[in-house]
Design a protein. Sequence first.
Length: 610
Amino acid sequence: MSRLSVISTDKVNSTTETLMKEFTQRIIANPPGVCPVDMQLAFLKVCHAQTCGKCVPCRVGLGILEELLESVLDNTATMETLNLIEHAATNIKNSADCAIGFESARMVLAGLEGFKEDYISHVKEHQCTGTFEQPIPCVTLCPANVDIPGYIALAGADRCEDAVRLIRKDNPFPTACALICEHPCEKRCRRNMIDDSINIRGIKHYVMDKANAKEVPVPACAESTGRKVAIIGGGPSGLTAAYFLQLMGHQTTIYEEKAQLGGMLRYGIPNYRFPRERLKEDIDAILSTGVEVKLNAVVGTEELKAINDTYDAIYIAIGAHAEKRLNLEGEDSGNVVSAVDMLREIGDDRYPDFTGKRVIVVGGGNVAMDCARTAIRSNAKTVSIVYRRRKEDMTALPAEVEGAIAEGIELLTLKAPLRIEKDDNGNASALWVQPQIIGQVRGGRPSPRKADKAEERLECDVILMAVGQDIVTEPFEQAGIATKRGKLLADVSGALNRVGMYAGGDCVSGPATVIKAIAAGKVAAANIDEFLGCHHEISVDVEIPEPLLNDKVPCGRVNLGEKESWARKDNFEGIEYTMSDEEAYQEASRCLRCDRHGCGVLRGGRQDKW
């Protein structure tokens, strides 16, 4: 081969790699709201273009599938066409020689089942069941539907107080979400097409450091309606519902069983991730609307009946504060502590002392990371996380996992807990585990199974069980409230099977994220308002800056820095740094302003009220 042909081949390969990377970026930034049948056809065409042409199922069959899907979109298909699609895809899946063929066909079959109503609508009604009003990706993927492009533009214009006001229209916990939100809004950011998603949470962190929540007044409350609403649970969902109902003119009273408000924001997230004084900023702002609070108020069946007789509506947001157990032999040993109990103690400023002890944490979620990093800060000699899957299968945020490793915490993966060994005093002395081998994918993650290896003994002094949380439903079941699989059974509006009673947050969905709990409280407030015979709208009078025209030049994403591991792992002070003015302005300027350009214009302007 000549030198010229080698150079030419290298150039072709390099260009192909670049184009494939850019194509992948567009897939990542694929917005919600597109026609699912059209999307399937686009994916199928890409797969067909990759075929080597050596086997008939791939070369010919995928082309036939394309024609059949085209007929669905062209309104020439019949119900028999759908049967043909299923039959052809099944044959290709079972007979194709390589992954391109059988995976393409499997994708079509999965879509035919998952989007069945859309296919039928195209055939019978000649239209898509989905909306043609393509939503703004970041706003749609935020459970609370916060106007993200709006507050980013305000941050870039150095109008942080207005940014706080805009966020509060949909979310009364701007500080909490600035520090600990899992930022699902960044997942489909269209900036991914150019370089990388906007650091949305980082910009919010900057905003909340520049404009403290307690210093930005909340909106004035509407005229009193004379109606009273009881909120059972003072966590993010309950406080959110109380805030919005209070703004609507309804007097709310929160019944909280613990000594302080905050729910899992206080009793589930350590101070190094979310300093208590920052939580107080959000809570004080919410209470400034006139919300009444009853602390140390345990609500049982009788108390619920009395509340029901006193208030016009009730919102139950009790969270998921009960420990979940593995029922291992020896789990009742001394020094076996549930993560829920330990973090609850920390919430009331009672920190453990693990000086010189070997600590094992069982679990792979964010709570397990919180426990492990808390143990390090409590002077543990060693801390190990035992998890039955691989590191990449952990449900914890990657940043939390990497932060734990940086602080000297060891990950012991593919080890399933078997039993706990006791010493002569009845305290845990070792955790016995069974090595695992990773296996087939089930439910989106590879499932582990028992490996052909001997059991292992892991010596320890303390075991922290972080395997999940449960909901205490008994008092509500006894009051006649329907439950299902250990959760309160509410409809899409949050309504329970008792008139005037609503529920939301973790006690309905199961343990979830803070922003989802906030969204549930917002939805409940709107529906309770309607139930009380009102129709209040929450709006904000903030003028959003016009888009800049220099936002399409590729530019790296600004990430937030953290304290060095040696400087943070022996204390509970906050570990994350905020952006500088220069960094914040640059990051804000990267926003493509989908609210004004592209998908946003199809839905008729901004949403400035709800």
